[in-house]
Design a protein around this ligand. Structure first.
Ligand SMILES: [Zn+2]
Length: 409
């Protein structure tokens, strides 16, 4: 079949797409950390779907036990003549629906309105998942002259990816010859491809002083006052010291922002003896997180000595980012061309604040890119997906497979 015919068939799939999204939404895929039973039932449905397509050489399950719950991954592969695989990676798990009263329609029952299908997980990651299925659905019986085609439907993206992508990487499913596309991040009109992500560093700062009555500050040590000055000095110091800019990121530099703060005291007439605050730092790749942590600790130590308060620094979360994915390859150009051709837009590279599962690949030296048509309702009540976005993404993915896998360059 000619690409044009396949695009037409995708465009003509509205009713089928509605049926498939509705089925997906009806099967809960919530992980145990969010009080769910995992995504195995979804995996069963997807596995059956992939087998029915009769397109892949193999459809495999790679399940793994997570306490009492089975976490599921489904891997479908059609072999090409060339070494390496073009992969689409979509996650099957969803977040918890939250307060059911905030949903206008039940979260596990799809509701269609014009171009929108409402339901939990319909966009995240239903859009990428269903688009991946439709990208190969109409290809039919063909011998791949180029790379292999791989679809991986993975577990546990919402709570760390340990039983999903990380597990599959550990098992050697992917290689450095592969091209990875993760349709789990989007920008307006699909104009940007995520090629890089910032490091994430979350810190907790604790200041211990001495609590006393508000009228006798000289007898105590105001932890709030010391903490406030320490906070502004530290943040200024971090922004000054780590001030590199990279124009592909927005914002272009690293960010060091105080976010959460504990109540110091409930009483206006008490000088607080304890102050705690947290920081969310998004740091450009290229900076060493260890260096930043030791700078923060040095400043804390110096300030402790000067004030007599005890200031301690705890790392709550650190997620080092891998190197940016290459933009100088034929395969990357093919992705750009595929997006431009289907959307009619000029496509540019972007770095984001983090973090998609593309980063796990980058850390292993595998080029990975995150792209999809942007939706705007993920992790919100009344989540919905645009049918037109699923069609656009499916066409882009097919266009990519057609150039790199069905044909050879
Ligand atoms: Zn997602």
């Amino acid at each position: 079949m000619e690409p044009k015919d396949i695009f037409d068939r995708i465009d003509g799939s509205r009713e089928d797409i509605i049926r498939d999204v509705s089925k997906l939404v009806s099967i809960p895929g919530i992980g145990p950390a969010n009080d769910g039973t995992g995504e195995s039932e979804r995996a069963d449905w997807i596995e059956g779907y992939l087998r029915d397509l009769d397109f892949f050489d193999s459809v495999e399950r790679m399940d793994v036990q997570d306490e009492d719950v089975l976490r599921s991954n489904v891997i479908a592969l059609k072999k090409g003549k060339k070494k390496g695989t073009v992969w689409l990676i979509a996650h099957m798990d969803t977040v918890h629906p939250g307060d059911p009263l905030l949903w206008n329609h039940p979260p596990f029952e799809a509701f269609v309105e014009g171009d929108k299908i409402y339901g939990l997980g319909s966009e995240d990651n239903g859009q990428g998942l269903i688009a991946a299925l439709y990208s190969v659905r109409f290809i039919g019986d063909v011998e791949l002259q180029g790379y292999s085609i791989g679809l991986a439907f993975v577990a546990d993206e919402e709570t760390g990816s340990n039983y999903g992508i990380i597990h599959l990487l550990d098992k050697g499913v992917f290689s450095k010859d592969d091209f990875i596309l993760v349709p789990d991040w989007g920008s307006p009109n699909g104009e940007f491809i995520d090629i890089s992500e910032k490091n994430i560093l979350w810190l907790k700062i604790t200041v211990e002083g001495i609590q006393v009555h508000g009228s006798t500050p000289d007898k105590g040590l105001n932890a709030y006052r010391i903490g406030a000055r320490f906070l502004t000095d530290l943040v200024d110091g971090l922004y000054e010291r780590y001030n590199d800019k990279d124009p592909i990121f927005r914002p272009t530099g690293s960010t060091f922002e105080p976010t959460r703060r504990s109540v110091t005291t409930d009483n206006i007439n008490v000088i607080p003896g304890r102050d705690e605050f947290w920081m969310d730092c998004r740091i450009l790749p290229g900076y060493d997180l260890e260096d930043i942590i030791s700078y923060v600790k040095d400043v804390a130590e110096e300030r402790s000595k000067r004030t007599g308060a005890k200031i301690s620094v705890d790392v709550v979360q650190r997620l080092a980012s891998g190197p940016s994915s290459s933009t100088g390859t034929y395969e990357y150009d093919s992705l750009k061309r595929s997006i431009s051709e289907i959307t009619g837009r000029t496509v540019k590279e972007a770095g984001i604040g983090g973090g998609t599962c593309a980063n796990f690949f980058r850390k292993k030296g595998i080029n990975a890119y995150a792209w999809s048509s942007e939706g705007d309702s993920l992790h919100k009540p009344n989540e919905y997906v645009l049918i037109s976005n699923i069609m656009t993404d499916a066409k882009v993915f097919f266009r990519l497979f057609n150039e790199l896998c069905i044909n050879n360059h």
